[in-house]
Design a binder for this molecule. Structure first.
Ligand code: ADP
Length: 720
């Protein structure tokens, strides 16, 4: 084996320069060496010499190749021509596209044959082996797994009998060369053997064996073929060119081979009778298909044991891979199950929290539609999940402000949070309930992000603060009432102060009157003294009268002394007083006086007092708005029935709800240092002038208007 390999490589290496003696191109002919390399060289070198003789411009060399080397030599283009058995040829043709140039005519004996077959045999004394079926369970030797005549043809016949050489023999061996197989059977080392046709005859003729000591199994009769054979006949070895071989050289070689003369010594030594036009190798292909051999190998036809025997490493590898895969899959499945369980648990917890939490929670997508709601939300608003989910939350909950004005979608904080992706907290707002009423709420809206980090909408968490607001309002009212009570007690003090004030002059009057009476009783001429005392009495009476006057003045029950008064003059007087303050506080003052009605009938000082009070209150209210929004408008206009309306409008904070209804009650104030008397006194004055002060909330801006009417007048009108 080693010797053969060394010879092979030496031959190859010696051919590497591709030129031989005399610098001629070196052409290598690979020959299947089934009977040993020396024998092959001995047999085929004369043919190479014949080719050199025919084509002297080339130097031909025989390269013996055993079954294992053929493939490699063709694959790596180590040879230019190849002479192999028909089976190997079919394979090489399919794999490396070699093409046959001629089919060998075999004539180891007198008769030339272009076909050959396989012969299956046992020792003549083996009575237990008569037919192919009898070979089952026996030991079997063939030449080589890849030998067509020396194994595959016999396998084809066994296959027809459903005998699988790889399974059904007690032992399957390969002897390497034909002679070994014949000897092994004769020596009883194996029960049955197979070789190609003509081997037995050749060995017999050479005196190497006695063929009578062998028995042929499944013998075939063929009048055109005289050699012992057990299988159908197949075309002889083809001489082929490799794909890379120069076609012109191939053509010249083919012609030379076909022209070889019957007398050429190369034929005798090569034990063949010449070369014929290449035969059809379809039969070989059919055999290979039946045996599912390369190039028709197919796993389907392999039995499990065969497949295991041939590809055990793949099977073991695949099994290991499968085991790893199963282990991984089961780990993943378990992991997945655990994940699902925790996801389920989390979802339940989430649901539980959502449903049990006291605050209302709902989700909104980027279009403003509800995506989920919790139970508290349903309870608080009266809207069910079905009413809300998929519908626009703003349209349902948020469409209108508390005062009835429209709440635009663009101003909706929930919508804005989705747009600018900022969280918001709204301390005081309203959500409309299904029954048409509303609840006061405070709420936060937080942008909701998906796994990718992109905002998908927002989550709103809200709380009903209606009760809290009511409590706050009640507290405020309570405080106002307390302040009211405080002021009433102050009034009590004032009243006792007034009583004290009156007590003094009255006491003085009483004392002085008594003194006067006593003086007149003692002496009627004490008139001078009495007159002095009477003077004192009068002074004290006037003082008391002053006090009374003050109280009367305070209660405004007296009728005013009305006379024609010019509105503009009254306003000028008041605005003179307030001019500085209006300027400092950057209040924009507008006077819109109706020129048709410049005069009114009024007690000017009292009306000035009223206008002063109204403007004073307006200035106080404007304090709480930004400077650029501070506007004060005073207008007059002619009214039906000879009346003139005077109206004071500001853009301040407007009226506080709590005092709206008690605006004109004395001591009602929201100011820290207010007395709460301004409006009540003013109302008294205007009532004395035959009208009432009215209040209205201007449309389109905050603030308030106070207005009243006076009778028109002309400068000539006199007091009525
Ligand atoms: P005072 O000014 O001392 O509080 P008033 O009788 O003049 O007493 O006013 C009573 C209350 O009416 C004020 O405390 C204030 O709350 C409210 N008020 C009056 N005028 C206005 C106004 N122009 N804007 C807002 N609130 C006003």
């Amino acid at each position: 084996m080693y010797a053969r390999a060394i010879l092979f490589f030496v031959l190859l290496l010696s051919g590497l320069p591709l030129v031989a003696k005399g610098d001629l191109p070196f052409i290598k002919i690979g020959v299947l060496s089934h009977r040993g390399d020396a024998k092959t060289l001995e047999k085929w070198t004369p043919t190479a010499h014949y080719l050199i003789g025919k084509l002297p411009q080339y130097d031909f060399e025989i390269i013996p190749l055993d079954f294992d080397q053929v493939n490699d030599a063709v694959k790596h283009k180590k040879i230019d021509f190849v002479l192999v058995n028909s089976g190997i040829y079919v394979n090489l043709e399919a794999k490396y596209h070699i093409s046959r140039l001629a089919t060998m005519i075999n004539a180891r004996h007198q008769t030339p044959y272009k076909v050959f077959g396989g012969v299956i045999f046992t020792r003549y004394d083996r009575d237990d082996i008569q037919t192919l079926k009898d070979t089952c369970g026996k030991s079997f030797m063939a030449v080589n797994e890849n030998s067509l005549g020396g194994f595959q043809m016999a396998w084809g016949e066994l296959n027809k009998q459903q005998i699988n050489p790889y399974q059904d023999f007690s032992r399957l061996e390969f002897g390497g060369i034909h002679d070994n197989v014949v000897r092994a059977v004769l020596e009883g080392k194996v029960d049955v053997g197979t070789v190609r046709t003509d081997i037995l005859e050749r060995m017999n003729n050479a005196g190497l064996i006695d063929k009578e000591k062998l028995k042929i199994i499944n013998p075939q009769q063929n009048s055109d073929f005289s050699y012992l054979h057990s299988t159908p006949l197949y075309p002889e070895w083809p001489f082929s060119k490799l794909k890379h071989t120069d076609p012109d050289l191939a053509r010249q070689v083919a012609v030379a081979l076909l022209q070889i003369s019957k007398d050429d010594p190369a034929l005798a030594i090569g034990e063949y009778a010449g070369w014929a036009i290449p035969l059809d190798y379809n039969e070989v292909q059919r055999l290979f298909k039946a045996l599912t051999l390369p190039p028709y190998a197919s796993l389907e036809k392999l039995t499990l044991t065969e497949a295991l025997k041939r590809h055990w490493y793949w099977v073991v590898g695949s099994l290991l891979a499968l085991l790893v895969l199963i282990a991984l899959t089961s780990a993943v499945v378990q992991h997945n199950r655990r994940l699902k369980r925790s996801q389920h648990r989390l979802e339940r917890q989430h649901q539980l929290i959502n449903q049990s939490v006291g605050d209302g929670i709902y989700g909104v997508d980027l279009e403003g539609n509800c995506t989920f709601v919790n139970k508290a939300m349903e309870d608080m608003t009266g809207w069910s999940a079905t009413d809300l989910i998929g519908n626009n939350q703003h349209t349902i909950l948020h469409h209108t402000h508390e005062d009835g004005s429209q709440h635009r979608r663009e101003d909706c904080p929930v919508y804005q949070s989705s747009i600018d992706q900022k969280a918001r907290f709204i301390a005081d707002d309203v959500f409309w309930k299904k029954d048409g009423t509303y609840i006061s709420v405070e709420y936060s809206c937080t942008p909701l992000r998906g796994v990718s980090g992109k905002v998908r909408g927002s989550v709103v968490v809200f709380r009903d603060i209606t009760e809290r607001k009511q409590i706050q309002k009640n507290n405020q009212e309570h405080q106002l009432q307390l302040a009211h009570v405080g002021r009433l007690s102050m009034l009590g003090e004032m009243a006792s102060g007034i009583a004290h004030e009156l007590n003094q002059p009255l006491t003085a009057i009483t004392t002085n009157s008594r003194a006067c009476v006593r003086l007149l009783e003692t002496n009627k001429n004490n008139t001078e003294q009495c007159a002095d005392i009477m003077e004192k009495i009068a002074a004290q009476a006037e003082r008391a009268g002053g006090v009374i006057q003050y109280i009367r003045h305070f209660t405004h029950k007296e009728l005013p002394h009305k006379k024609p008064a010019k509105i503009k003059d009254m306003l000028d007087t008041v605005l003179d007083l307030l001019h500085h303050e209006i300027k400092t506080k950057k209040i924009i003052l507008t006077l819109k006086l109706d020129p048709k009605v410049p005069w009114v009938l009024a007690q000017d000082i009292q009306i000035e007092q009223v206008i002063l009070n109204l403007i004073r209150n307006a200035i106080d209210s404007l304090d709480s708005v930004p400077k650029e929004k501070r506007k004060l408008v005073i207008r007059t206009r002619e009214m039906p029935r000879n009346k003139v309306e005077i109206k004071v409008t500001d853009t301040g904070r407007g009226l506080k709800k709590v005092i709206k209804d008690q605006l004109f009650e004395p001591f009602m104030t929201t100011k820290d240092h207010g007395m709460g008397l301004g409006l009540s006194i003013s109302q008294g004055i205007i009532e004395a002038h035959g009208d009432q002060i009215k209040v209205e909330t201007p449309l389109g801006h905050s603030g308030v208007s106070f207005y009243f009417c006076l009778m028109q007048s002309s400068p000539s009108n006199t007091l009525k």
